[in-house]
Design a protein. Structure first.
Length: 579
């Protein structure tokens, strides 16, 4: 491709709302352009990189035995209502009506559609197992689209679905897709972790997220520094070090009952800690919430935060959980800022396991400007239900091996689920076994955010000058640059090199623009292709300069050896011999 014909509008400055490095660089390098909030067009270079990712995905999915197909993006509401997700999925589902008033949704995911297809086409155990996948545009009405392709309203996704006759078959399909994902992200040149995760509105049991490690990531990964344990913060479990627990218990002042103390205008954990001169881990905070129209009081240590996903599981709801209003708190017999579990009646109380066994705790007294000290959980709170409803905190230990847990930010690239019979039962997808008995098909679901992978690759591969493409994804492998296009010797030699490399199968972008050398070199660094070959002042000697983008190494090669050099650099995956 000749660069003077390429639609590649590079930018010196980018919009101020482009916070993520990948977003800024994709705009600057002319890979994408924004049409509306969270909606982007892919320009030629961006599309080529995206297609390279798709090719890797297809190769690994096909190698795992999956079959590609394509489903509609427009879904009739009846399907989603039958599965029970029309109301559960929430406002992210884009809904619309046709001219006759019939309700539809733009596909955010395709469990209902694929299950209906399999229901109509597969009826015997002889046709199982089967795994089907597609690469298609998805639509979600994100509340706050941001970070370019990392969180958009329209995005490209690979979604696959496995169909088995048994749990052991599902285990095999799940492991096959898990392995395929490892291969895909490895080939894309990504640093990633597979972490335990929550299934959310899609449902299912066992599930893992594949996370690219990046500071811009909106997800928190908790992983062990010793064993292989890793989980999303929504799922992570830790244990408090014994020393921390014993330090809290050592200074107990034994009393026969809680002591009521005056705490004027002390309504926050920080204020209470300072007022009573105690650590936050000696306080039990009571959080008043509303779930499914009913009040719920959640108890946990003052230094911990509620994990909404875990809390929903404990409550047994998929609906939104919101804070209880001050008026509703009064109706419970308490007051905002001074809520406590002692004396509250006719309200559901859920206690985080972090408060189990506490013997010198402080709680609200359900009276303005008063708290209760020296509370013993087992003695004073009676029988309560314990759950894990908090986020793991710094300093906690791995529940598997006892070593310290570490925290990192990550970008979700893919998600694999064991759905079981959640959709096959609701939509009637069954098969007949060897004895003619009808059984529900057992399903798995496996998604990859293809456009998000593109952004994640750039988040992990750039410097102050621009993008640094991994060889497997790069829009062009070689950037051929002619310093002075008016120089006939340089142009003739460039033409010879270009023809030789293209015929050898290399993707080459030839910068034949009539621009100043500085502009060309800066654009080349910005675009970030693996190898730059510059035809300049030594063209008459048939010598060119090579520069490898990743490590910045520069060296000269004769034109006669340039093809051999490229073979050495790219085809074998090894380093060149100039070192």
């Amino acid at each position: 491709m000749r660069q003077q014909r390429l639609l590649n509008p590079t930018l010196r400055d980018v919009p101020g709302d482009a916070e993520a490095a990948s977003h800024r660089l994709m705009l600057r390098a002319g890979l994408i352009r924004q049409l509306s909030s969270g909606i982007y067009s892919y320009l030629p270079l961006g599309l080529k990189a995206l297609q390279n990712i798709q090719q890797i995905v297809r190769e690994e999915m096909d190698a795992a035995g999956a079959q590609e197909m394509l489903m509609p993006a427009l879904h009739p509401s009846e399907l989603w209502k039958t599965s029970g997700r029309w109301d559960v999925y929430g406002p992210e589902l884009m809904r619309l009506e046709d001219r006759n008033g019939r309700e539809f949704a733009l596909g955010a995911t395709h469990e209902e559609v694929i299950t209906t297809i399999v229901k109509d086409e597969i009826h015997s155990y002889k046709k199982l197992p089967v795994t089907l996948y597609q690469i298609q545009t998805k639509y979600r009405d994100e509340r706050r689209p941001r970070f370019g392709l990392l969180r958009g309203r329209e995005f490209l996704m690979k979604d696959a679905y496995s169909f088995d006759r048994s749990e052991s078959g599902l285990d095999a399909s799940y492991q096959s897709m898990f392995n395929a994902y490892v291969n895909i992200f490895t080939r894309c040149g990504l640093q990633f972790r597979a972490v335990e995760a929550d299934s959310g509105a899609i449902g299912g049991t066992d599930t893992h997220e594949f996370m690219a490690l990046a500071d811009v990531g909106e997800d928190t990964i908790v992983h062990c520094t010793s064993c292989q344990y890793a989980a999303n913060i929504e799922k992570a479990i830790g244990t408090v070090p014994e020393q921390a627990i014993s330090e809290r218990v050592d200074n107990i002042l034994l009393t026969s009952q809680p002591l009521k103390v005056h705490t004027p205008q002390v309504t926050s954990i920080k204020q209470l800690s300072q007022f009573l001169r105690i650590d936050a881990n000696q306080i039990i905070k009571s959080v008043a919430l509303q779930a499914d129209g009913e009040p719920v009081i959640v108890l946990l240590r003052g230094d911990y935060e509620i994990n909404e996903i875990k809390l929903k599981h404990a409550i047994g709801t998929n609906n939104e959980v919101s804070m209880l209003s001050e008026d509703d708190i009064v109706k419970l017999g308490s007051i905002a800022g001074f809520i406590g579990p002692i004396g509250l009646e006719h309200v559901r109380i859920i206690a985080d396991s972090s408060i189990r066994g506490m013997k010198d705790a402080v709680v609200g007294a359900n009276e303005s400007d008063f708290h209760l000290m020296h509370v013993e959980v087992e003695r004073d709170l009676g029988t309560i239900s314990y759950h894990d409803v908090r986020n793991v905190a710094q300093g906690e230990l791995c529940s598997h091996c006892g070593h310290e847990l570490s925290f990192a930010k990550g970008i979700e690239l893919g998600h694999v689920f064991k759905l079981g019979t959640k959709y096959s039962r609701s939509l009637g997808a069954t098969f007949s076994d060897e004895n003619g008995v009808s059984e529900p098909i057992i399903m798995g679901c496996y998604g990859i955010g293809v456009s998000r992978v593109l952004a994640a690759i750039i988040e992990q591969n750039y410097d102050e000058r621009g993008i640094i493409w991994p060889e497997s994804i790069t829009p062009f492998t070689i950037h051929l640059l002619t310093v002075h296009v008016q120089d006939e010797v340089q142009m003739k030699l460039s033409e010879e090199i270009y023809t030789t490399l293209v015929r050898a199968g290399y993707s080459v972008l030839w910068d034949d623009r009539d621009e100043r050398p500085g502009v060309k070199f800066n654009d080349s660094d910005l675009l970030g292709f693996p190898l730059r070959i510059t035809v300049g002042k030594k063209a008459s000697e048939r010598v060119v300069e090579c520069k490898e983008r990743r490590d910045g190494s520069q060296y000269e090669r004769s034109v006669e050896h340039i093809l051999t050099h490229c073979h050495s650099l790219f085809q074998t995956g090894g380093r060149s011999s100039h070192e």
